[in-house]
Design a protein around this ligand. Structure first.
Ligand code: MG
Ligand code: ZN
Length: 224
């Protein structure tokens, strides 16, 4: 079953009236985190461009972990329910967070989504952010860890062009490595670019097509 949250423009405006929009968001993120901690739930949010493969990767993680843990997924999506539909097919609770063309999730929307699920039944929540490489980085959601998904189809300069995204991430997934040869993109170079920005970020190359790296990602998420 899919539940839907929609951004209410006046509410966003209310938050903007506060001294600092980012400060207000950070406060709500801390509240989300406290609520999650209270229930022993780990939330992990996935950021990355449109087409980087966030939904498919989350789907694979759900497949691997849903029999062991109570898993739910929050899908941020500006307008459509395609991603939420795909994940809901796996029989886990899904909340679609429709931002109504907003370009990032914020802690207020995630807080509302948290009130739509039975927290006592969950241990892990995956949050898919809006496909956007800029502002999601500025808006913590209250998650335990942030994951950036980059795909080789985004070209060789993807990491260098969006340093801010990576600085707050605990894990970077370099996805679609089965296409690296065709794209003439070096997975090693992308990995080096990440480590130049921040040496201690874990980087895992994956392919959701061949399954490469997926067990390693699941293990990293469990230990995040
Ligand atoms: Mg998606
Ligand atoms: Zn935005």
């Amino acid at each position: 079953m899919i539940q839907i949250i929609e951004a209410v423009p006046e509410e966003i405006y209310d938050i903007e009236l506060e001294h600092s929009l980012l400060e207000a968001n950070a406060r709500l993120a801390r509240e989300n985190r406290a609520l999650l901690d209270q229930h022993g739930i780990k939330a992990i949010d996935f950021m990355g461009a449109i087409g980087s493969g966030k939904t498919t990767l989350i789907g694979r993680m759900v497949e691997k972990l849903k029999d062991r843990l109570g898993v739910a997924v929050f899908n941020g999506d500006a307008t459509t329910s395609n991603d939420a539909d795909l994940i809901a097919g796996q029989g886990v609770p899904v909340v679609q967070i429709a931002t109504v063309n907003g370009c990032h999730l914020d802690a207020n929307l995630v807080g509302k989504a948290l009130r739509k699920v039975d927290l006592d039944k969950l241990e892990l929540i995956f949050i898919e952010n809006i496909g956007n490489l800029i502002c999601p980085a500025e808006f913590p959601l209250g998650s335990r860890a942030r994951v950036v998904v980059v795909s080789v189809t985004e070209g060789p300069y993807m990491v260098r062009k969006h340093p801010h995204m990576f600085l707050g991430a605990a894990l970077v997934v370099i996805n679609k490595i089965d296409l690296a040869g065709a794209m003439n993109v070096s997975v090693e170079d992308l990995t080096r670019d990440v480590h130049t920005l921040k040496p201690d970020i874990k980087v895992i190359p994956t392919s959701c097509k061949t399954g490469a790296g997926l067990d390693e990602v699941a293990a990293a998420l469990l230990h995040a």
